[in-house]
Design a binder for this molecule. Structure first.
Ligand code: ATP
Length: 676
């Protein structure tokens, strides 16, 4: 799989206009990726594509990578193309000559704007507005940037004209992917998560022929090769987690290869790093079993918004959300405050905390809904109606030095000693340093967190423990110590973009049997009786990261208010071609065939009684049993999660994990019976 195989592209690399890579080449890569479920094949396809560009047109690599990830820039810059369905519809009608009524029919049939455009243009002979010229990767990217930058009066017409120009030049399959790109819904396999791996492999393999790049020889044996490639992948993944911007990464790669990235593409002020995430535990008992023999700190898990705050020596402040969006404008009060919390000797810093709505007179914590009432953009410090306090929990950078590799104990000490509390405006998270012997204190601390409107607690390992400790039995004989972490080494370093066992969360929701899952609504049936005018039940799916598909897991028909049903009917409206149609997307796997398929757009939090092995659904197939998938009993809608994108919905692995935990806690051997 690591051999360079240009065959897939040979017919497309001749006669490039001015030797610039064509969009047809990228389209071929998309089609090859679309045609497989195998992650290995996806990586290979991308590796070959990237190597072709490195060899023939390196300047097109950066725009090609942006187009592959369906972005035009990093999340902390404005990337919205602002191309709605009306612009696309007008552009398709005008370039293909199809009537609006015929187009509506196609929308009902396909539901996907790309498929509609492809079908419309192949049915009608293209109206010759002008002679088409082959699309060049770089020009497509530049046009997208132009579309994004167009705003104000007349912008809709200007955007439409740019879209039209692209559509006139697009041929065959190019149209499908171009339109999907324009509606920012490219939907090809697991590409976003594979690009870094593919870049690492492509640059390592191409380095052998490039004298400018230092790169270890690739050994001829399989293990040796894997090791060299694995190392390159880890260098790139680490760099990208610290500086998630291809505009920074690709030029360094082209200049000096993978090794150069280690020194030239690290963390920087005003560029957000990807956050470290916490693993769910079922309850306090499980957390304590996992962290036997470790020193840890329990912290209140505030119900607010995560903020990564950068402040430089000049007092300039940038604030980033958990998804790395710039939200400095939302918190002018924090912007004013941040330079003032620096104790003597502090110039620049990057810290992390939870912004929480508070009563600034009493310090009482308010719930998340209160915080949600704050305007998002251009908030004026004088007009603030929702007061907030920043509760800091980590420090990643201080006075020009990265602190990620220091253990949490050290980072915490610096966070406490180098910053000044400003009561009810800036302070540290409420915390308790403990060991597994302090069960009573931990219980009280957890209860106090819940009483103060927190979601639960976060529990974090304080020191790196590299040598494994002895396994410890749970006091509850029903629980097996299989999930006991103390056999494994644990890191107390800050690991961007990782969900490790050194950060555990214990939430109120998980303390009883009611676990929840974040699922994606993918289809619906016409309701009966009172619900006749709405969708009910709704088909829900988990995300399968290894195949890039959304796998149906259950039907849900409870927990919705009438208002929620009405809103849902308007949001998924196949008659108007809004987020719904009658065909299933290729990336949706479902044994059931509802009359209406939803465009996967939302994440809903769903409660359930338990997880069962299912002869019908294929979610998590192969993870628990080779013959059966998993499904939920008595699923109930709790709420929408507008803060989560569908890429963050619960995965099939997570579902399987919860199933194992459920079996373990109940001592049930259903799973063993099936496996036997
Ligand atoms: P959830 O569904 O719990 O919101 P998530 O996927 O959004 O989970 P997790 O990493 O699983 O994020 O949970 C950690 C989140 O809890 C952080 O992103 C942060 O917003 C919030 N939080 C509140 N207090 C703390 C704290 N003391 N330490 C770390 N995170 C905290």
């Amino acid at each position: 799989p690591f051999n360079f195989n240009p065959d897939s592209y040979t017919d497309l690399i001749k006669n490039w206009p001015n030797r610039r890579a064509t969009y047809a080449l990228l389209t071929r890569a998309f089609m090859l990726v679309d045609g497989t479920r195998s992650r290995i094949k996806i990586v290979d396809t991308l590796v070959n594509f990237i190597r072709t560009l490195i060899r023939l047109d390196p300047e097109s690599l950066l725009p090609a990578v942006w187009l592959t990830t369906n972005d035009i820039g990093p999340p902390y810059e404005n990337n919205e193309l602002g191309v709605g369905s009306s612009i696309i519809t007008k552009a398709i009608t005008k370039t293909s000559g199809i009537t609006a009524a015929a187009l509506k029919k196609l929308y009902n049939k396909y539901g996907d704007a790309g498929d509609v455009a492809f079908s419309a243009k192949s049915k009608q002979s293209t109206l010759m507005m002008r002679k088409p010229t082959p699309l060049i990767i770089e020009n497509v990217y530049k046009t997208l940037c132009k579309i994004a930058a167009t705003s104000g009066k007349g912008s809709q017409e200007a955007k439409e004209s740019l879209v039209k120009r692209l559509l006139v030049d697009a041929k065959g399959e190019e149209i499908r992917y171009l339109v999907r790109t324009l509606v920012q819904h490219l939907r090809i396999g697991a590409v976003k998560t594979t690009v870094i791996t593919a870049l690492a492999r492509a640059f390592t393999l191409s380095a052998q022929k490039n004298a400018c790049w230092t790169c270890p020889e690739i050994p001829s044996d399989k293990e040796g090769r894997q090791e060299v490639l694995g190392r390159a992948e880890s260098i790139l993944a680490q760099s990208f987690a610290r500086r998630p911007n291809y505009n920074d990464l690709i030029p360094v790669l082209l200049q000096g290869g993978v090794e150069a990235v280690k020194t030239e593409c690290g963390m920087a002020l005003h560029i957000p790093l990807k956050p470290m995430l916490g693993q769910i535990t079922r309850d306090l008992e499980e957390m304590i079993v996992k962290l036997q023999k470790r020193d840890f700190v329990c912290e209140w898990k505030y119900d607010g918004q995560r903020a990564q705050i950068h402040c430089d020596a000049d007092g300039k402040v940038s604030i980033f959300s958990r998804h790395l969006e710039l939200m400095t404008d939302k918190y002018p009060d924090l912007v004013q405050l941040m330079p003032k919390i620096r104790a003597d000797g502090v110039s620049s810093f990057i810290l992390e905390g939870e912004v929480t709505a508070v009563n600034q007179k009493t310090g009482e914590l308010m719930n998340f809904q209160t915080l949600a009432g704050r305007e998002r953009k251009n908030v004026n410090a004088k007009d603030i109606t929702v007061d907030v306090c920043l509760f800091a929990f980590d420090l990643m950078y201080l006075n020009g030095k990265e602190l990620l590799s220091r253990p949490l104990r050290e980072r915490r000490e610096l966070l406490h000693s180098m910053f000044i509390e400003i009561p009810h405006h800036f302070t540290w998270v409420n915390s308790l340093v403990a060991t597994s012997n302090d069960v009573a204190e931990i219980r009280n601390f957890f209860q106090a967190a819940l009483s103060a409107r927190c979601e639960g607690i976060m529990v974090k390992v304080l020191d790196n423990v590299l040598e494994p400790a002895h396994p410890v039995e749970s006091e509850d004989p029903k629980r097996k110590p299989a999930t006991n972490t103390c056999r494994k080494p644990l890191l107390a370093t800050y690991e961007p973009d990782k969900r490790l066992e050194s950060w555990l969360k214990v939430k109120k929701d998980y303390t009883n049997t009611a676990d929840t899952l974040d699922l994606i609504p993918i289809g619906g049936w016409h309701g009966n009786g009172r619900k006749a005018k709405w969708w009910s039940p709704i088909l829900l799916a988990v995300r399968n990261p290894s195949t890039g598909t959304l796998d149906a897991v259950c039907k849900c028909m409870s927990g919705f208010t009438d208002a929620a049903y009405t809103e849902m009917r308007a949001f998924y409206d196949p008659d108007e071609g809004i987020n719904a149609g009658t065909t299933k997307k290729a990336y949706v796997e479902s044994p059931l065939n509802p009359p209406v398929w939803f465009e996967p757009r939302e994440v809903w939090e769903i409660a359930f009684a338990d997880i069962t092995l299912s002869p019908t659904y294929s979610a998590a197939l192969g993870l628990v049993s080779d013959e059966r998938g998993l499904s939920l009993r008595f699923p109930r809608f709790l709420r929408k999660r507008p803060d989560k994108s569908i890429d963050e919905a619960s995965t099939s692995e997570f579902l399987a994990d919860l199933y194992f935990k459920q079996e373990q806690a109940g001592g049930v051997t259903k799973h063993d019976a099936v496996m036997d």
